[in-house]
Design a protein around this ligand. Sequence first.
Ligand SMILES: [Fe+2]
Ligand SMILES: [Fe+2]
Length: 194
Amino acid sequence: MEFSESVTKENLARAFAAECQAGARYQFMAKDAKQNGFNYIATILKQLAKNEMAHAKTFYEYVINNLKSKNGNVNIDAGYPFKQSELGTSLAESAQIEEYEATNIYPSFAKVAKDEGFLDIYKSFLLVADVEKIHAQKLSSLAQMFSKKALYKSAEAKQFVCSNCGHSENKKAAWNTCPLCGYPQGYVVIDLQQ
Ligand SMILES: [Fe+2]
Ligand SMILES: [Fe+2]
């Protein structure tokens, strides 16, 4: 199958666009989180944004490297979310989008790539799907903790750590202000391992 004639070319362009807008969305959310005092959530979101830009680059380079013509315009038609939500809702909505990418969109793009004979692209779609699955899990547990106001407390005593200075304490609730560096609660590390 000639790449320029393939559905995979269009799927790569869709995936590139999706990853770029996810990266942008996470950066906007990070800013929102920081403005509302959730500094560590902002750190998590910036890391996710970085991952999405790396995915975008992978897809972008596949198109660049496989298109023979120098005029590499690819026209696509796809729906992307434009929603204005509070941080907690945005986290939950993003988790759903990630889950859908991981279990539906990228596996189906992978299958098409395999059927069209692009095995390296097939593998990349599956590898990205694996990462999006982890993103979905992280965002979902963050959204749940956020909605339950359980970011800085725990039923059982646990280790809370300040992401600024490393101060840690084993207790059921984190400090309002770090006793070592004076940074506020928003810098407490949020453990997303379930
Ligand atoms: Fe991604
Ligand atoms: Fe993601």
